[in-house]
Design a protein around this ligand. Structure first.
Ligand code: MG
Length: 179
């Protein structure tokens, strides 16, 4: 039986609520974007980073990855997954890799800057990613740390492209006056 489609705004709201519920603020992700992009854009502001995080959170590929990943973390935390998946997710087993695969899948449509930034963040675990990765006391963030890296990587890529567009627009305006 075909059910009615889920409206986009319902998904967007759920994604934002889930991130907050799991201890991730938009500003935490924007901090990582600032870290990644300020060396290339010296006059970068946090507001611009926040805007870019908000913009990529509207993208369905990313939203769906976030919904799936956080759900699995939550179920693992409540010990509601079946074995052996329960143990694999709960222990953040090094060879499991599905957490990275889902998060990496969500960066593919954002171009090479997103992909390389994701690889870097996955290794270095900047800011909140490291905090999530080290969380103990029954917390399961196996998927969430990779998802945050994915959001930050996508926002970094979007920002880098926008900055270049802006620079070119300015150059054209200088050359030809208002266009
Ligand atoms: Mg992980």
């Amino acid at each position: 039986m075909k059910q009615e489609r889920v409206p986009s705004n319902v998904i967007t709201k759920a994604v934002r609520r889930l991130l907050l519920e799991r201890g991730v603020a938009i500003e935490d992700i924007a901090d990582i974007v600032y870290d990644m992009q300020s060396p290339f854009t010296p006059d970068l502001t946090m507001d611009v980073c926040i805007d870019n995080v908000n913009a990529v959170l509207e993208k369905r590929e990313l939203q769906h990855a976030i919904l799936v990943g956080i759900e699995l973390d939550k179920l693992a935390e409540k010990r509601q997954l079946s074995e052996p998946l329960q143990s694999l997710v709960e222990q953040d087993e090094g060879l499991f890799g599905v957490d990275e695969t889902i998060a990496l899948g969500a960066v593919l449509s954002f171009g090479s800057i997103a992909a390389t930034t994701f690889g870097h963040l996955d290794k270095v675990k900047t800011g909140i990613i490291g905090v999530l990765d080290r969380a103990k006391d029954g917390r399961v963030n196996t998927f969430l740390d990779d998802l945050v890296a994915s959001i930050a990587a996508n926002a970094s890529s979007r920002l880098a492209h926008r900055v270049r567009d802006e620079e070119e627009r300015e150059k054209n305006t200088e050359k030809h006056g208002t266009i």
